[in-house]
Design a binder for this molecule. Structure first.
Ligand code: FAD
Length: 411
């Protein structure tokens, strides 16, 4: 009997294991998990609801959500896409629903539904779960793999799928480097910006539906919802920036200037013209009473205060200096960022197994026979919104199919 050992009992590992076991019933499939529980991240993901995938049905749009691995996922999505994820779960009684921002969750709003489904599949196809198995060495002798665990146990396998997730430190990859693979240095992605001591933090809880955030000195910019927190800024625009800027921001030790345009439909000039018109239109009204841009009232009052515009001033009496400052703050307010905070809902590691060394059509190593990779261990990561799980499902499924085919099963 041929044997597949999947290293790591997370989303990618389970998807590989259950699909391989289903496609090739004669294959012995073992999941070796370092911890005492499987599917831990699935459990906590999406605030306990599991954001399984994203309602994005165009590959060309989808690949733009992966700051690292764009070309790799482009190939992979031809084999298993978001639509396939939705169907795969639906065929097993798990219906997904779409939220207005495109994120997809189980209709139960519980990640346990996804866990139960994967565990049921594992049980149905006889996948063996071995907990507390921390792989320390992986090497090949003859035409089999030797998998050595920290507890001294050793097992052999014909096929190995490494699905051990993202490692935050380069040294944690040492056991994998021995397979001949090289590693893109890991750095965190999906974090929020710290702005210690900045008065904006007094507005914690205020959110703006659409702001444009730029990182000065780079080409990085993102438009979208922005949330002010007690330590700085968060929200989709910031998280996406953190993902696209993961490497450059790490290189600068997370010290940079973020520039916010609170009204991205305007630039400095169009705003200047508009304020000029508003002085006449709203002449008799007090500026702090009348917020003509639909910004949250607390933010509007803060921007007036920062512009040195007094509380009771009327639009007609707006001094030129105040007007200039307000235009500047509305269109390009600068914030000194010092440090980052991990986003509690979803964070990932950028970096991992170098993609040139893995075939995106099979997830098979180009360097070692019978060795496959799936999930976050690869140098692929997406922005928030279900894109990281989609990559886990896609790569796990492709690896399963390639392993089943190599072992002589059906594709
Ligand atoms: C709090 C949080 C919430 C998230 N929410 C979402 C979300 O809603 N939607 C989304 O798309 N993404 C989300 N993500 C990201 C997503 O969870 C990951 O991208 C995804 O889980 C990666 O799956 P994986 O199977 O590759 O790795 P993991 O889920 O990390 O699983 C890897 C497994 O391998 C085990 N392992 C590691 N080393 C060894 C070893 N040497 N031997 C044996 N076992 C080992 C680990 O213990 C772990 O169980 C979230 C992440 C976090 C941290």
């Amino acid at each position: 009997m041929q044997r597949l050992v999947v290293i790591g009992g997370g989303a990618a590992g389970f998807f590989c294991a259950v699909n391989a076991a289903r496609l090739h019933p004669a294959l012995e499939v073992i999941i070796a998990e370092k911890g005492s529980r499987v599917l831990n991240k699935v459990r906590v993901s999406g605030g306990g609801r599991c954001n399984v995938t994203h309602a994005c049905f165009e590959r060309a749009d989808m690949i733009k959500k992966y700051p690292r691995g764009t070309h790799f996922v482009k190939k992979a999505f031809h084999q298993f896409f978001t639509t396939d994820t939705i169907e795969w779960f639906a065929a097993r009684g798990v219906t997904l629903k779409t939220e207005p921002d495109g994120r997809m969750f189980p209709v139960t709003d519980s990640s346990q539904t996804i866990i139960d489904c994967l565990l049921k599949e594992a049980n149905r196809y006889g996948v063996q779960l071995r907990m507390n198995r921390d792989v320390t060495t992986l090497d090949r002798s003859g035409d089999r793999w030797n998998i050595q665990f920290a507890n001294g146990e050793l097992i052999e396998a014909d096929y190995v799928c490494v699905a051990c997730g993202g490692y935050p430190k380069a040294s944690m990859f040492d056991w994998l480097k021995k397979t001949g693979h090289s590693i893109e240095e890991p750095v965190p992605s999906l974090f929020t910006f710290n702005m210690p001591g900045n008065p904006i933090t007094k507005l914690m809880g205020v959110s703006v539906e659409k702001a444009l955030v730029r990182i000065t000195g780079t080409k990085l910019q993102e438009e979208g919802p922005l949330l002010i927190t007690h330590w700085g800024m968060s929200g989709p625009a910031v998280l996406r920036l953190s993902a696209w800027g993961a490497r450059v921001l790490n290189a600068g030790q997370y010290e940079f200037t973020a520039m916010v345009n609170w009204l991205p439909q305007h630039n400095e000039q169009s705003l200047r013209d508009l304020l000029g018109e508003l002085r006449f239109e709203l002449a008799r009204q007090k500026m702090n009473n009348k917020n003509p841009f639909g910004l949250p009232q607390r933010l509007w009052e803060y921007l007036l205060e920062q512009s040195g515009i007094k509380d009771d001033i009327r639009w007609a009496d707006l001094p030129a200096a105040g007007q200039n400052k307000l235009v500047k703050l509305l269109s390009a307010q600068e914030f000194a960022v010092k440090g980052k905070t991990t986003f509690k809902e979803e964070f990932v590691t950028a970096g991992g197994i170098r993609l040139q060394e893995v075939d995106a059509n099979t997830m098979m190593s180009k360097l070692a026979q019978g060795l496959f990779f799936a999930g976050e261990i690869l140098d692929v990561d997406g922005v928030t919104g279900g894109f990281n799980f989609q990559h886990a499902w896609t790569s796990g499924w492709i690896a399963a199919n390639a392993i089943a085919a190599a072992a002589g099963g059906h594709r």
